[in-house]
Design a protein around this ligand. Sequence first.
Ligand code: DOR
Length: 430
Amino acid sequence: MKILIKNGRVIDPSKKIDETLDILIENGQIKLLEKNINDTDAEIYDAKGLVVAPGFIDMHVHLREPGLEAKEDINTGTKSAAAGGFTTVACMPNTRPTIDSAIVVEGVIKQAETIGVVNVKVIGSLSKGLEGKELSEIGDMIQAGAVAISDDGGDSLCNTQLIRTGFEYTDMFNKVIISHAEDMYMVHDTYMHEGAVSAMLGIKGRPCVAEDIAASRDILLAEYTNAALHIAHVSSKRTVELIREAKKRGVKVTAEATPHHLTLTDENLKTFDTAFKVNPPLRSKEHVEALLEGLKDGTIDAIATDHAPHAFEEKDVEFRYAPSGFAGLETAVGVILTELYHTNKFTLNEIIEKFTVNPAKILDIKAGTLEIGSKADLTILDPDFEWTVDSNNFYTKGKASPFNDRKLKGKAVATVVGGNFVMKAGDILV
Ligand code: DOR
């Protein structure tokens, strides 16, 4: 099977490529990348006017399998990824059972090979059952294929000694700990960002200092153990500053921001729409501006969705009782192109870097590049495609989206995984 992608604007930040080129894919690999390739045996895809990039990586998704299939399963979650233009996703361990042992890691990898539509990387938990008491089988999980370790989705850890030992283990295997940085005690029984809007609504808020305290704790522990730390879904201005300072000191810290934290504020919660409820919460404008600055200057390395689908009936309750999180895979590219590219804040090169080479480096996985001989994972974008989000058409089971009904400009129009089209014009082909 050969595919020839012709006349696209090829942007690959890993190779500093930005020019009109053809790409020949053969046996699932990138075979040739040059001008005017001809091959009469190949299936031709005309990418004139489109952008061809290395396959996008979402390093933070919740696929919910095993055990929480009413919210999502690996088939629907990876279809959602393919529809959104992602070729690789890394899934979080807050499943039932928790991904805290080698056997569960192996099970998820096998299931993804069987029913997955894109590449699935597995993140194992730091503590058994996400309880923050006892370390999970970190070494065994990494040997079974886990690419990183995280207690995201549990109550954020407060057991500093456990985190320290976790860093010592992950460092032995050159893996990263991904931190959901929120101090558990400060966010208990809170529902949105603490600020003027929460005061006006009379809702108990989650203060940004809860994130700053947890982020500084994790940065100090990473510095002390000289191990690698990645801070997930940064939402607070001070946390951006803490990461910036730590990077300057040479601490091995990286960070991600989500499309929702980069573009929405707590003002959106005035309607009490549970589709905007998420942890960490949507914050005020000054925080959003600090995130954009951090993304621009490289303090924030990656864009990740924190795709966290829930069943319709779980979200369709009074604000206070709704679970936090919503689907993100099918809107991420459109939201980022609309709000960051079409506003001239970021170039396509900068955006593609945050979705490809940077997350690949953080997770230390072979992806995010169009290098000759590498696996042919590609994302094809139409930066000017205008569309309106309708979450009823999502492939994910989680239909709640803070971007529902939004008019967006820009979309992934084809996704290639291992040399096969898995999505074309929004349709899943497998
Ligand atoms: O809002 C959230 N939902 N934040 C998280 O960190 C976890 C996620 C979930 O698993 O539902």
